[in-house]
Design a protein around this ligand. Structure first.
Ligand code: NI
Length: 269
């Protein structure tokens, strides 16, 4: 695939994401007005089951055909996730993909995951189209969603929202008129946006070369197999990277910060 395909993929991902994440669209407009141009994306993140054809390895091969290479791998013990980031020398955001280690959960969750993931079109395997598979499996019932949610917030979200951008991320270090994450957080709070407080509003530190914050996902009306319900959707993330000794931005992620960011799709308290 050529870079034109990357433009098309990210455009479609944003269009879908902006509709179900109204705060992200509003914040992007706010920053565009302030900076005179849209903010750059640091990374786009996906969630999935560790079951083919939608598992992380299948994502990896699809993403590699877009000209990306594999970055670091991450493990989230408590949430039972494995993740990997992908990067490119071209001016496109990193892609962060995590997968749920289904075998570490109850037989009921495993059976549901197998039915949903296993029912996805085999053509999605190893294909970049997997990134856009918003209809990868049929809508679940509200009761199925609630049961998964009780066991794993991640599994609940994934069952209902399927494969789509879980979050986009503003590259704070690329903003023209905002010099720090603290300044951006203050601006967002002044404008009434609710931020994830888990582990403090700002996760990470200059020493770790990465600071992150995020909004809390807002509740939206979502279509289940048995009707519409109001549930938390996606969040918007803000990442400030620091340069290393060689003058290059730190390219990775900090697992303990990401662990807290994951909680941004939990219901607002
Ligand atoms: Ni992220």
């Amino acid at each position: 695939m050529t870079s034109n395909n990357c433009d098309a993929v990210f455009e479609r991902l944003w269009q879908d994401y902006a509709v179900i994440t109204p705060d992200a669209d509003r914040i992007r407009q706010l920053l565009t007005k302030k900076d005179g141009e849209p903010p750059k994306n640091d990374h786009v993140a996906f969630r999935t089951w560790n079951i083919p054809p939608v598992d992380l390895e299948s994502f990896a091969r699809g993403i590699e055909t877009l000209g990306y290479r594999r970055g670091e791998e991450y493990r989230f013990e408590a949430k039972k996730l494995r993740a990997c980031h992908f990067e490119t020398d071209e001016d496109y955001p990193k892609i962060f993909v995590s997968e749920l280690l289904c075998e570490e959960f109850s037989p009921e969750l495993q059976a549901t995951a197998k039915r949903l993931a296993g029912g996805a079109d085999e053509k999605l395997k190893d294909a970049p189209e997997l990134l856009l598979a918003t209809e990868a499996w049929p809508a679940v019932s509200y009761d199925e969603y609630r049961r998964l949610l009780d066991e794993s917030e991640y599994a609940g979200w994934l069952s209902a929202f399927r494969i789509r951008a879980n979050h986009f991320t503003v590259a704070v270090h690329e903003l023209k008129t905002i010099g720090s994450l603290e300044e951006l957080v203050a601006l967002l709070e002044q404008n009434g946006f609710e931020l994830n407080q888990s582990g403090g509003v700002i996760k990470g530190s200059p020493e770790e070369k990465l600071e992150q914050a995020s909004t809390m996902a807002a509740e939206i009306d979502w279509k289940f197999a048995d009707g519409v319900q109001s549930i938390p959707s996606c969040y918007y993330e803000f990442a400030r990277r620091y340069r290393d000794e060689k003058g290059e931005y730190f390219p990775g992620f900090i697992a303990k910060s990401a662990d807290k960011i994951f909680e941004s799709t939990s219901g607002r308290k």
